[in-house]
Design a protein around this ligand. Structure first.
Ligand SMILES: NC(=[NH2+])NCCC[C@H](N)C(=O)O
Length: 637
């Protein structure tokens, strides 16, 4: 008897602990950031032109001077134009989602903040932590791009000297310590620490010069263009014996799709605009429009380049590393060749600014929320920049650029970007179909009880609700979740099918349809759900839920195509993040402390209007550090 009693007691204690743990985990994961219209200590100085040029500058980089030639030569032939258009469409989809969020949340931190207000703390931490890696590796690799390019212009004298005198000869490390890259990062960190307006002026000048040289390259190539290069006959290379096919699409749809995957990375970088929300004038209007405008300029530039380059020479004769430079050299147009070479350096420098600006701002945003060390949230009184975060970010990227073999790390950048795009697009779906009244506080009016039958009916909006309610919010949540799972499964299947899909698709058709049909049904059902009114937003994504659904598909597809090693490295980084989250962030999370403070205030009401920073933290000494003002006027989105 006693044994049973103890057994039952232990069991119920175990169940109680499990329940508590589950509740704690759920509370942690679903804790969302509340917004307040408090002013930012950062300087609000960037206007629409600055923001647009920031987007163009950070995005147009190696893409202009390398990608078009490389993709045409290796994958798509003249069809590289369609590859760029496909990449543009998928980047636009993501860009529209960023634009909508920027008009909802005018805060520094981009995808990190968006996830925090829409999904919850854990998702936000994951995305913030991933973005730190993305931008650090992005910065290091763009700098390495500058240094390699300058080395090439100097006839490889720099690399020859260093490999001879200071070789590193260690796997995972670079061939030699790249002091040139390190120096560039130090210089840029200095500029960024000095002020964001100053950095933006430099960016504006360099971006104009970059667009200018790109125009020179396009116009010169257009003068010498030969449209018959789009309708070549098959050609056999006498040296290698390889036959290059002719026509506009020598490698068909497969070549175009493969090329689009590479071209996509030419469009990475515009999200930089969304990290500067606290430094933008009228961010709710200017940031969304800057994203759309810069993506339009970038698409026009890339497509013009793809057209003229493939008309200038037969695609198989284009140089893979520096197509314009080599083509103009071959045509004895030395002045144009030099203009284009210098233009490439401008382009890379602005790309570099574009990767260096976001990193400290993400760190700043996370530190402000208590998820990273508070020292990163300090803003210098004179420069009005997050000075310490800027210097630490520069140091981190500098070391990466100095000694690491970046070819091995470059794909980690892609994971970060794609994950951020995916999360932002998911957040748009969630927020649009959410009854905001049902989040945080219960709705005032009495509603009918939610029964199982009503919930099932809500999946197709049987009651024809015109605005989101608690019931339809739940249904939309289930549908979005199902959509994500089905899209992911479809992408994995497409990856497994690989080239078979082009050569012999029959064996795969059954399983493809088994995923595609339910996915389409789920998206159509989501289309039936009532949407929140967004008329007050300066920008909202059109074509919901179809555009975010396509965006989700494209991003996940590119993600499953990354190398396994990349995923393993990413998991290691995430593991480090998990340790940090549980040992630091969870305890210091401002939102969590606010929740505790509010509970205490509720208990002590009505006498303690400000309740916390009077040294009464008690069991939560961290509360004493919480400024009173943060408790006031905060609402869920
Ligand atoms: N956040 C980044 N990873 N930025 C890198 C931008 C690279 C740029 N799109 C280029 O073609 O050179």
């Amino acid at each position: 008897m006693t044994v049973t009693a103890t057994g039952t007691r232990t069991e119920s204690a175990a169940r109680r602990y499990l329940k508590m743990a589950a509740k704690g985990l759920w509370g942690m994961a679903s804790r969302r950031k509340r917004m307040s219209e408090d002013s930012s200590p950062l300087a609000r100085v960037l206007n629409l032109v600055d923001l647009t040029l920031l987007g163009v500058g950070s995005t147009l980089g190696l893409g202009v001077y390398v990608l078009a030639g490389q993709v045409a030569n290796e994958m798509a032939g003249p069809g590289v134009l369609i590859s760029f258009l496909l990449a543009a469409v998928s980047s636009f989809f993501a860009g529209l989602c960023y634009a909508e969020f920027a008009s909802r949340v005018p805060k520094a931190g981009s995808a990190y903040v968006y996830a925090y207000v829409a999904v919850g703390e854990v998702a936000a931490f994951i995305i913030g932590w991933t973005l730190i890696l993305e931008y650090a590796i992005g910065t290091a690799s763009v700098t390495r791009g500058v240094s390699t390019y300058v080395d090439k212009l100097a006839d490889y004298r720099i690399s020859n000297w260093f490999t001879e005198h200071l070789p590193l000869n260690t796997p995972t490390l670079a061939a030699y310590p790249d002091f040139f890259s390190f120096g560039i990062i130090v210089l840029m960190t200095g500029l960024l620490a000095f002020g964001v307006k100053e950095s933006s002026v430099v960016n504006n000048i360099l971006t104009f010069l970059n667009l200018g040289t790109a125009t020179v390259a396009v116009v010169t190539s257009a003068i010498y263009a030969n449209p018959s290069n789009w309708a070549l006959a098959p050609h056999t290379n006498t040296d290698t014996g390889k036959t290059d096919l002719g026509g506009f699409l020598p490698y068909g749809v497969k070549g175009i799709v493969e090329g689009a995957g590479t071209c996509f990375f030419g469009f990475v970088g515009f999200d930089c605009i969304a990290t500067t929300s606290e430094e933008a004038k009228n961010p709710r209007r200017n940031i969304p429009w800057a994203i759309v405008l810069s993506l339009s300029i970038i698409t026009i530039t890339y497509c013009s380049i793809a057209i003229v380059l493939t008309m200038l020479l037969p695609y198989y004769e284009l140089d893979r590393a520096a197509p314009f430079t080599e083509a103009f050299k071959g045509m004895q147009l030395m002045a144009v060749m030099w203009i284009v070479s210098v233009g490439a350096i401008f382009a890379l420098t602005t790309s570099l600014l574009g990767t260096m600006i976001p990193l400290p701002r993400i760190m700043y945003a996370m530190a402000q929320d208590g998820l990273l060390f508070s020292i990163f949230a300090r803003v210098d009184g004179w420069t009005k920049t997050p000075l310490i975060a800027t210097v630490v970010a520069g140091g981190l990227s500098g070391v990466l650029a100095l000694i690491f073999d970046l070819d091995q790390l470059i794909e980690m950048m892609s994971i970060g970007t794609l994950l951020a795009y995916t999360v932002v697009c998911m957040c748009v779906l969630i927020l649009r179909y959410t009854d905001t009244r049902s989040r945080g506080s219960p709705p005032n009016e009495k509603s009918e009880p939610i029964t199982f039958t009503r919930s099932v009916g809500a999946l197709v909006n049987l009651e024809r609700a015109a605005t989101p309610s608690k019931l339809t919010t739940g249904a939309a949540g289930v549908l979005v979740f199902a959509e994500i799972l089905l899209t992911l499964a479809l992408c994995v299947l497409l990856k497994l099918a690989g080239n078979d899909l082009y050569d012999d698709p029959k064996p795969w058709l059954g399983s493809l349809l088994a995923l595609l049909v339910p996915l389409i049904v789920v998206v159509l059902m989501l289309g039936q759900q009532p949407k929140a009114n967004v008329s007050q937003l300066a920008f909202s994504v059109p074509g919901l839920p179809y555009i975010p659904a396509l965006s989700l598909f494209l991003n996940l597809y590119l993600m499953v195509n990354l190398k396994v090693e990349t995923w393993v490295r990413f998991l290691v980084w995430m593991l480090i993040g998990t340790v940090l989250y549980f040992s630091y962030s969870l305890r210091h999370s401002t939102e969590r402390l606010l929740e505790i403070a509010e509970k205490k205030r509720g208990a002590a009401a009505p006498t303690a209007p400000n309740g916390v920073s009077n040294g009464s933290g008690g069991a939560h000494p961290e509360l004493n550090d919480l400024p009173m003002s943060v408790l006031e006027g905060r609402t869920y989105l």
